[in-house]
Every structure is written in C-alpha cells, then in structure tokens.
Design a protein around this ligand. Structure first.
Ligand SMILES: C[S@@+](CC[C@H](N)C(=O)[O-])C[C@H]1O[C@@H](n2cnc3c(N)ncnc32)[C@H](O)[C@@H]1O
Length: 296
C-alpha cells in the first residue's frame, strides 16, 4: 500500500448534502434477503463486527484516514465502523452512515456522524465528495453490484479511496475434524442466497472490478478467520445466519430439521474449528487531480 497523502483540508469541509439524493432511473435491487427486523439481527451483525472491525479500521488508517476526512459507510448496519471512523475524522471531518434500514444507526447520529435512510441501488450519493467510501458485506448481496460499485467510485473525491470488503466462500467449507453436515447446511444456505442474486465468489473479483473502474493503487487483504465451536456461544456467525434463513431452506427442501439440529450440535461441540469465508478487503484510489489538469 503506498504512503497515504495528507487529507485535503482545503475543500471547505462542506456538510455532506443529506438531501442531495435524487432517484436513479434503474429498477430497485431485490437482492438483500436478510431481515433487519429479525429478532436476533443485531446479534448476528455484532458477531461479524467483532471479527472484522479491527481489520477494517487498520486498513482505513493505512489509507491515511485522519481528522478532516469526509467518509461514507454504505450499508452501515449497526454503525460500529461508522462510529469509529467518526472518532478518527472529527470534529472537522464528517461521516455519513447510510442504510435502507437505520434502526441501529439512528441513535448514533451526532455532529460528526450523519445517518440517512438510503437505498444505494436507487438513490444517488453526491459525486466527487468523499475521501473514503466504505462498504462491507453489502455488494455481494446485490444483483446490481457492478452498477452500484461504479456509482460508489464516482462519489470519490480526487485522490479519495474506495474500500470494499466482501466474502468469497472459497474457505466456507473448511472445517476440522471433517463434518459432512457442515458442508450440507452451508451449501444449502449458499444456494438459497444465490437464488436471490447473491454472489459467493464476489470477493475474488474485487481487485479486477476496482481496476476496471480506473482506480489506481489497487490492493487486497484477505483472511479466513479461525472460529472455534464454543460450547456456550457456538459459532454465531453461521448459526444466526442459518437460523434466520432456515424457514426458506426447509421450505425449498434444501435441508431437513435433522440436518439443522446436527449443525447446531456440531457448532457447540467444543472441539471443532471452522474457518470463516474468506473476507476480501480491497482498496483502490481515484486518481488525484494533477497540477497539469488545472492548466488545461
Ligand atoms: C450484512 S449487513 C453488513 C453491515 C455492515 N456493513 C457490517 O459489515 O457490519 C448489510 C447491510 O446493508 C444494508 N443494505 C441492504 N441493502 C441495501 C441497499 N440497497 N442500500 C443500502 N443499504 C443496504 C442492510 O440493511 C444491512 O444493514
């Protein structure tokens, strides 16, 4: 990763124009099937933020995150990343946290952290605005991900960074000791998600996709976290996802209740180790405006 340049303080730090969201002509994207209103959705998302926030913030720091930056977190979920970005960029910078459902975000709003209900598949972000555009575990769900990615890149200020983090299920079946039920249930889960346009291999496509958008300094960090089958807590990253999707998986005949019970037992057995899907964090930069451009 190259040395980050100093942030651009000279742009007058405009307020992020919250009302500047015009409708886009494209149809809405039906991809996201997980339910923010599901009774344990906050716990499910917290199981992910606990695993991945540290890396996200470390990468943002390496990209140069500092006071005064304008950031947007797209599909901000419970807002833990947005809040930590706000701690870094405030009081002179701004963070916009957007989501189609802001129930977890609304209480976090502050002078520095703005919260907006916003569907990134149908509403525009202001162009050329942000020093950092971040989206984690969102684009993999959206069938219109290529168009959304293009739009996110267009929201970058010259020299701004796009940081996109999505899973690649390359490691989703890695488990020790071997347990066929794990593969059966996680594969069924993947099939159900794919039926709604989910791409289980989006992570590996990120570097190419960012380069094709003309971004520079494209780099990647990828990790498959070790998660232990805890007798008390199980493996909430898998269990809460499977639990939420189990009515659909059962109705489609993808699994049986016996499979689901065996899966739960396995993830509480105190000895099994699973490796999470590969989390691919990919960054790229909008080329800075050169002095020559201003002369033309
Ligand atoms: C899997 S969660 C990830 C949350 C957070 N980025 C994280 O990594 O902890 C995906 C989030 O994207 C939001 N979302 C889904 N579709 C969206 C859309 N079209 N526009 C904006 N947000 C969306 C969901 O409501 C949810 O909060």
């Amino acid at each position: 990763m190259p040395e980050a340049e100093r942030p651009r303080h000279g742009r007058g730090l405009p307020e992020v124009p919250l009302s500047d969201t015009t409708s886009r002509p494209s149809a809405t994207d039906p991809g996201y099937v997980l339910d923010p209103a599901w009774h344990a959705e906050r716990e499910r998302l917290t199981s992910l933020t606990g695993l991945y926030d540290g890396t996200t913030l470390r990468l943002a720091d390496q990209l140069g995150l500092t006071a005064g930056w304008q950031c947007v977190d797209v599909g901000a979920g419970t807002g833990t990343v947005a809040q930590r970005l706000a701690d870094r960029v405030g009081p002179t910078g701004r963070v916009l946290a957007i989501d189609t459902d802001t129930r977890f975000l609304a209480p976090l709003a502050s002078e520095v952290l703005s919260v907006q209900t916003h569907d990134i598949t149908t509403q525009l972000l202001p162009e050329g605005q942000f020093d950092l555009v971040h989206a984690r575990l969102l684009l993999e769900h959206l069938p219109g991900r290529d168009q959304v990615l293009r739009h996110l890149a267009s929201a970058l200020a010259p020299g701004g960074w796009l940081l996109i983090e999505d899973f690649d299920w390359a490691t989703a079946a890695v488990i020790d000791p071997p347990a066929p039920v794990h593969q059966r249930v996680t594969q069924a889960c993947g099939r159900l998600l794919q039926a709604h346009g989910y791409d289980p291999h989006y992570g590996r496509r990120l570097p190419r996709s960012l380069r094709e958008l003309g971004l520079t300094d494209v780099g990647t960090h990828a990790v498959a976290e070790q998660v232990d089958a805890d007798p008390v807590h199980g493996v909430p990253q898998w269990e809460l996802l499977i639990h939420q999707l189990s009515p659909g998986m059962l109705a489609a005949g993808l699994v049986t209740q016996v499979d689901l019970d065996a899966f739960t037992d396995l993830l509480h057995d105190g000895r099994t180790v699973v490796f999470a899907p590969l989390m691919v964090s990919c960054w790229g930069r909008q080329p800075p405006v050169s002095a020559d451009d201003g002369m033309r």
